[in-house]
Every structure is written in structure tokens, then in C-alpha cells.
Design a protein around this ligand. Structure first.
Ligand SMILES: N[C@@H](CCC[C@H](N)C(=O)O)C(=O)O
Length: 304
């Protein structure tokens, strides 16, 4: 069966995008892995199927979970994200930016300046706004994977990776999907890392993890903005040029380690560019996270 696709990227994190307005496309993990293979397929870190939530079982369950309804006339689009190895993930922050850009550019959705586009994901309802740097995503709240960390605010695991002399302490954070953040002392040690093999995390969070290595800038905060550099090894993918949920987790961890210095805006430099992460405290003490950055459509083709 032939199928139209679009290749998109958001700070170098690249995706095969497929529109499925009728909800009739089934993709096995093997088919996804083949399409994402950089030699045998289109090549991408992940695949995203855009499907109206009311058009398939998982989407209808997700709609019910957030207490919303949608129809053919007024669809609420579900981001069916798969990792490059064919596995399913709860959320993809860069993916939501690429997804919104794909929907808007192809006339599947509309978004006026100042307006907000809702997007349903396995990690819940997200919102998208147009901003000067591209799109800003309302990501929901972040949380510690190990609840004891809420009091200790230090490290819950050790990470070893090729290029590191010794295992280093790390903190695991959920952005809907799992992340383990490791601080390194300087840019040279970040560059020395060999992320061809998955880093070893001990103990590994229950559903596996994405691992972010971060180097806080010197000074960490300038004119009220915190800055970190990051490289990432993604669960189900390998090293990628950027990870949006990872950038949010990295900023949250550095903010925790920097002991409540009240910095709410963070610039996270990744090999594929830069994203901005903002935190906003809620009355119940939890913190809402916003992720902003660019998204681009690269080309459209037909696959066989
Ligand atoms: N690159 C994504 C995250 C994709 C999912 C991740 N590999 C996982 O398995 O959780 C992002 O931009 O957030």
C-alpha cells in the first residue's frame, strides 16, 4: 500500500509524519522501525501518525480520560508517536512542535495569533501556541520518578557511559515519559561521551529511561536566564540531536540542584540548536512547564 508522508524536524530531532484523518492506518513496530531506518527506509528518530482522537479506540480512551469529546467537523488531533525502533512512547516534546506545524501547514487545524491549539498525546492533553521562536508547548507538570526525591532533591541513581571515567550521580524526572539527568563538570567531558551504546543506569526506572547529560553554563544564570548544554541518549532511538521532554527534565534537574534559585527561564543548548524551557508555579506547589522552539517540514514523498 502506498502512503504519503512528510519529513519534519524540530531542532534536528527528526520524524516521519503521516496523516490518518480516517483512523484506518495500522503500523506494526516492524514497519515503523523499517520506515525510520536511515538505510532501508525514510530515516528518522521517530514516526508520528496524526489521527483524530475520535477515530480509533486508544484515542477515544484518551478523550475520555481528559473529559473531552470531538467530531469529524471539530477534530481533536492525537499524536500517535513511535520511537525509531518501533516502540511506543508516552510523549515527545519536539514531536508536538513538528506535529502542530504539520497540521497547520496542511490545513488540518487552524491557529490564530494569540490562540491555542489542543493536542492529545499518550501523556495527556498539551497546548500549542505560536511564538516568535516557533511554537510553545504547554507540557503539563514535571515530577520526580522516585517520590522520595521530592524531599531529598539530590540523586537517585548512578549512570555510566562510554567516555566517563566513573559512574556519576543522576536524578530521574518524569515529563510524562521518563528521563534520567546526569551533570558533567565541563564541555570537554560532554564532548568526550560516546553515546553509540546506551548508558547504564542503576537502578533503571520501571519503564526504562532517556538519559540526558548536562553541563551548566558558567555563570549558570545571566540576566535572569539559566543556561545548560545537553546531549541525550533516547530510549528506543539512540543519540539524537535534540529531545524536548529531555530538555525540560534537564532544566528541572539543574534547577533542583541549584537549590531554588528562582530562575524560571532556561535556554537548553543541544547539538541541533536551542530550546527554551519555562517554569510556572501552581497554587498546589507543582510546576507547569513550557517548551518553546522551532519546527520545520523538510519534504513530502510517497512510500511503498
Ligand atoms: N525526542 C522526544 C522524546 C521521544 C520519546 C523518547 N525516546 C521516549 O522513549 O520516551 C522529545 O522531543 O521529547
Amino acid at each position: 500500500m502506498t502512503m504519503q508522508f512528510t519529513k519534519a524536524h524540530a531542532t534536528g530531532n527528526d520524524f516521519v509524519m503521516i496523516a490518518d484523518p480516517a483512523g484506518g492506518i495500522t503500523l506494526s513496530p516492524e514497519r515503523v522501525a523499517q520506515l525510520c531506518d536511515r538505510h532501508l527506509g525514510v530515516g528518522a528518530d521517530g514516526l508520528i501518525r496524526a489521527v483524530p482522537a475520535h477515530a480509533f479506540d486508544e484515542g477515544r480512551d484518551a478523550l475520555e480520560a481528559v473529559g473531552l469529546t470531538c467530531t469529524e467537523q471539530a477534530p481533536l488531533w492525537f499524536m500517535d508517536y513511535r520511537n525509531g525502533d518501533g516502540s511506543i512512547a508516552e510523549m515527545c516534546g519536539n514531536g508536538v512542535r513538528a506535529f502542530a506545524h504539520f497540521l497547520l501547514s496542511n490545513g488540518y487545524a487552524e491557529l490564530e495569533d494569540g490562540g491555542s491549539l489542543p493536542v492529545l498525546t499518550r501523556g495527556g492533553l498539551k497546548t500549542v501556541q505560536k511564538v516568535p521562536e516557533g511554537y510553545a508547548i504547554g507540557m503539563g507538570i514535571w515530577s520526580f520518578i522516585d517520590p522520595e526525591m521530592a524531599a531529598e532533591r539530590a540523586s537517585d541513581s548512578l549512570v555510566q557511559a562510554a567516555g566517563l571515567e566513573d559512574p556519576r550521580p543522576a536524578l530521574s524526572i518524569s515529563m510524562g515519559n521518563p528521563h534520567t539527568v546526569v551533570a558533567l563538570p565541563d564541555t570537554a567531558s560532554l564532548q568526550r561521551l560516546d553515546l553509540h551504546q546506551a548508558p547504564k543506569v542503576e537502578p533503571v526506572p520501571p519503564h526504562g529511561t532517556n538519559v540526558e547529560f548536562v553541563v551548566p553554563a558558567e555563570p549558570l544564570v545571566e540576566t535572569g536566564v539559566g543556561r545548560v548544554s545537553m546531549r541525550v541518549h533516547e530510549r528506543g532511538v539512540g543519540e539524537t540531536l535534540s529531545c524536548g521532554t529531555g530538555a525540560c527534565a534537564a532544566a528541572a534537574a539543574v534547577r533542583v540542584w541549584a537549590a531554588g534559585d528562582g530562575v524560571d527561564t532556561w535556554k537548553v543548548g543541544v547539538p541541533g540548536g536551542e530550546v527554551t524551557v519555562r517554569f510556572r508555579a501552581r497554587p498546589d506547589g507543582a510546576e507547569e512547564v513550557e517548551l518553546a522552539g522551532p519546527a520545520e517540514l523538510v519534504y513530502t514523498g510517497t512510500m511503498h
